[in-house]
Design a protein around this ligand. Structure first.
Ligand SMILES: Cc1cc2nc3c(=O)[nH]c(=O)nc-3n(C[C@H](O)[C@H](O)[C@H](O)COP(=O)(O)O)c2cc1C
Length: 236
């Protein structure tokens, strides 16, 4: 019989394993269907996220229609071209082989929106920081992402879009913001390394580089590096 301590150890290990296994997926979707019960569990997990003032300011639009996904995928390609234009030749060459979405390869899309009017005007905790509403939506996305990973599914966040385009495409009312277009579905496998690291586009920083104790500590070399990176990404 397992003891309470064993149980906690197993739970902790499982949670950390899940956190580190989660990946942003573009190229590994199989396109196999997602059972309704699984989709429901993943959405319920998202809906259980913390939110400022318990406003739950999110909605989820499930998009399976191929014509809608094709229209979005074409828009993403146009925005890819816009981004490519902003890069210098070396950076553009590095970007060229990197996939930025799995909209048509995945089983379905989930669009997560933010409604700032929900629970307003007196949203408890939002009076000084309006962005807390958006933060709440991002936490719902993270819950969704982790639940999907636990269910053996992949998720890919696509942000190469203009909000008005997605609003029009999905008949989202004015004032409600499409925060995330997520591709979802079974995958062949989750890669060990993030795609952007694998392609040499960016690399994860060690925790020590972003950790401050008691007060903010400037780290000139890190800041210089960030600046250099930013400069290579944007033309003057
Ligand atoms: C807000 C947000 C927007 C993102 N947009 C895109 C995107 O448009 N296309 C893409 O390929 N990846 C996108 N990603 C995925 C990131 O590139 C990815 O999370 C990062 O490289 C780390 O990889 P990992 O999620 O596998 O750990 C996005 C991630 C976040 C959090």
């Amino acid at each position: 019989m397992s003891t309470e301590r064993d149980r906690r150890t197993i739970e902790t290990e499982t949670l950390y394993d899940l956190l580190y296994r989660r990946r942003d997926v573009r190229g590994e979707f199989t396109g196999a269907p997602v059972p309704d019960a699984v989709l429901h569990r993943v959405l319920a997990a998202a809906h259980a996220a913390p939110s400022v003032g318990l406003s739950q300011p999110w909605d989820f639009v499930v998009v399976t229609d191929l014509a809608t996904r094709r229209a979005f995928a074409a828009h993403v390609q146009r925005e890819r071209a816009v981004f490519t234009e902003s890069l210098d030749a070396a950076r553009a060459a590095r970007f060229a082989p990197i996939r930025i979405d799995g909209v048509l390869a995945s089983s379905l899309s989930l669009v997560v929106t933010y409604d700032p009017a929900r629970g307003a005007p007196a949203v408890l905790g939002r009076h000084a920081i309006a962005d807390t509403g958006l933060y709440s939506v991002c936490l719902a996305v993270q819950n969704l992402w982790l639940a999907a990973t636990a269910e053996g599914l992949g998720v890919g966040w696509v942000s190469f879009y203009r909000e008005p385009f997605v609003r029009d495409l999905l008949a989202i009312p004015a004032g409600i913001r499409p925060v995330a277009w997520l591709c979802l579905g079974p995958v062949t496998a989750l890669r060990e390394l993030p795609d952007l690291e694998r392609h040499g586009w960016a690399r994860r920083r060690p925790l020590a580089d972003v950790l401050h104790r008691e007060r903010w500590q400037a780290r000139p070399e890190t800041e210089a590096e960030t600046q250099a990176e930013a400069e290579t990404q944007t033309q003057p």
